[in-house]
Design a protein around this ligand. Structure first.
Ligand SMILES: [Zn+2]
Ligand SMILES: [Zn+2]
Length: 350
């Protein structure tokens, strides 16, 4: 067993506090990683607050991990001690089902093993995330981090980056297409950068007029205020694809009428109730689709990192100490973050 220290939510109402625990012994295909940075994802907040009614306490959150290889098992081929690597939201899958064989481990029919709050297939113990000094992960679910990018800014790419990249790619976003990104937060600000790098004509769709300049800086060519009925009408039936990145329950109805014939609105942020009262006529008369998408597979995650290196894309972050995590979570609840908190794990040594 490997001794480990981190921060945990010990029950639903308690703030995160220091916590000692063990990682599994290093297996022959495992790498042990000294964690340098861990992003703070909105889903960490949902889990800490038990919003999905399945949190196992004590909970060590964190699935946007960048660190250095500290040791390797004897069968590890791709990494050596000292390499800069990343871990995202999943750390295992069955490797047998059709989805896994297609390289879509994120859609594993048995369910992929989440980086935290899941059952480790190898030990049966609860997985614990990256708000910690070290983690042990099988080589297959670890990514090489491009040296040209700031490692702290890379951490959020491992959830927010792959979530948006995978959906933009799956729905075949192309140069010259008109693509809407709803919400300019953790996921949305990266989606703006990636869609722009894919060559799309990117429109940021927001309720907040004050975010206009920021959206333009991040890669939008236009900003559409969803509360402005006239502006919404003038964009009706003109979008090739819309990605909704809002992390909480929100009404998607206003965005449906923006889609062209055959176009899709994909929801990636909100994993609870999305909308009620969807008008079937609005969908049917233009053969519009509403879809969801969930992170990405292993190969696609590595591909996303290469894409981001090529286009010099990282997350805009606020680097924090682990001791300030509770304050950061409170700020995140209010949407007060530009655009992702990342924990500097060096602070854990104090
Ligand atoms: Zn996440
Ligand atoms: Zn599988």
């Amino acid at each position: 067993m490997t001794d480990c220290i981190g921060y945990a939510a010990k029950d639903v109402s308690a703030p995160l506090s220091p916590f000692s625990f063990h990682r599994r012994d290093l297996g022959s295909e495992d790498v042990q990683i000294d964690i340098l940075y861990c992003g703070v994802c909105h889903s960490d907040l949902h889990r800490i607050d038990n919003d999905w009614n399945n949190t196992i306490y004590p909970l060590v959150p964190g699935h946007e991990i960048v660190g250095k290889v500290a040791s390797i098992g004897e069968k590890v081929k791709r990494y050596k001690v000292g390499d800069l690597i990343g871990v995202g939201t999943i750390i295992d899958s069955c490797q047998q089902c059709q989805s896994c064989k297609r390289g879509e481990e994120n859609y594993c029919e048995e369910g992929p093993t989440s980086t935290y709050n899941a059952k480790d297939k190898k030990t049966g113990e609860v997985t614990r995330g990256g708000y910690a000094n070290t983690i042990v992960v099988t080589e297959k679910f670890v990514y090489a981090v491009p040296k040209s990018l700031d490692p702290a800014g890379v951490a959020p790419l491992l959830c927010a980056g792959i979530t948006t990249y995978s959906s933009l790619k799956h729905w075949n976003v192309q140069k010259g297409q008109k693509v809407g990104i709803v919400g300019i937060g953790g996921l949305g600000h990266i989606a703006l950068k990636i869609a722009h790098a894919m060559g799309a004509h990117v429109v940021a769709i927001t309720t907040t007029l004050e975010k206009t300049q920021e959206a333009l800086r991040l890669g939008a060519q236009e900003v559409l205020l969803s509360t402005d009925a006239q502006a919404m009408q003038s964009h009706a039936a003109t979008f090739d694809f819309i990605l909704s990145t809002v992390p909480t329950t929100h009404d998607i109805n206003p965005y449906i009428q923006l889609l062209k014939t055959n176009a899709t609105l994909t929801v990636v942020g909100a994993l609870g109730t999305v909308a009620t009262g969807i008008n079937g006529r609005e969908l049917a008369t233009r053969r519009r689709s509403i879809a969801g998408s969930y992170i990405g597979g292993v190969a696609e995650t590595q591909e996303m990192l290469a894409f981001c290196a090529k286009h010099n894309i990282t997350s805009d972050i606020e680097l924090i100490k682990i001791q300030d995590i509770n304050e950061a979570l409170e700020r995140m609840k209010k949407g007060d973050v530009r655009y992702r908190f990342v924990i500097d794990m060096e602070s854990l040594k104090r």
